[in-house]
Design a protein around this ligand. Structure first.
Ligand code: HEC
Ligand code: HEC
Length: 173
């Protein structure tokens, strides 16, 4: 085992969890606890992993539809820092890469999704969704029946679903 791996692992073991909320204790965590656990418990967000842009979207949606108050810009930035560092698409060993042009996560099969899924609409419509594999399948069938999406070879469809379910599912739906 090399030294870097040992460092990463001991770093992971040293993560402190607040017993009360289940949140990772890290810079700004109390700010997040204050602003984000009044209406629902922390697992609403600690069970998720999103990139910063997605966290912003969730916050906007909560402000527009769910009664979350406006946040001071600096407070919001600190909250986003905490969420992105601790509940972002980056774990100890792999740094998730984002394609600059489409904004999509670069992972197994992503090129297949790029070829098949973003000629009619931008990738944004995909990135914004956070549904499970079955619902992804339903969306594809709906697009085939109603929106002119072509039939996909079953192997290709499975690979596309693997990618979508892995990278664009929010667990709490
Ligand atoms: C004023 C009340 C309120 C506050 C404060 C609040 N939320 Fe929410 N949030 C809601 C409601 C209502 C829902 C939707 C109902 C549900 O899922 O229980 C929700 C849902 C969510 C979801 C699930 C979204 C999804 O993927 O479907 C996440 C994640 C979330 N909140 C994170 C946060 C974060 C982070 C903060 C702090 C910035 C926060 N919430 C503060 C009311 C609030
Ligand atoms: C032939 C054109 C076409 C292709 C190719 C296509 N879509 Fe779509 N898709 C549409 C249209 C049209 C809509 C509805 C447009 C809108 O709501 O703005 C849509 C909507 C969506 C939505 C939003 C559904 C909702 O409930 O709001 C998602 C997610 C989506 N597409 C994902 C995909 C994925 C994943 C693929 C690849 C498997 C794909 N699309 C390929 C035409 C297409």
């Amino acid at each position: 085992m090399n030294i870097i791996l040992i460092l990463i692992m001991s770093g992971a073991l040293a993560t402190n969890i607040d017993k009360d909320s289940g949140m990772i204790i890290d810079k700004n965590w109390q700010l997040v606890k204050t602003n984000c656990t009044g209406c629902h418990a922390a697992p609403h967000f600690t069970s998720q992993k999103n990139d910063r842009e997605n966290w912003i979207e969730i916050i906007r949606w909560m402000q527009k539809k769910q009664g979350l108050w406006q946040l001071d810009a600096e407070v919001e930035n600190n909250i986003l820092d905490y969420l992105t560092v601790n509940y972002g698409l980056v774990d100890s060993n792999t740094v998730q890469k984002i394609d600059k042009i489409t904004g999509m996560i670069i992972d197994d099969n992503w090129e297949l999704v790029k070829v098949n899924c973003i000629s009619c609409h931008s990738a944004k419509i995909i990135i914004q969704q956070g549904v499970d594999r079955d619902t992804w399948k339903e969306i594809i069938v709906w697009m085939q029946e109603e929106q002119g999406l072509w039939q996909l070879d079953i192997n290709i469809e499975n690979k596309i679903l693997d990618y979508l379910a892995k990278n664009y599912s929010r667990k709490n739906k």
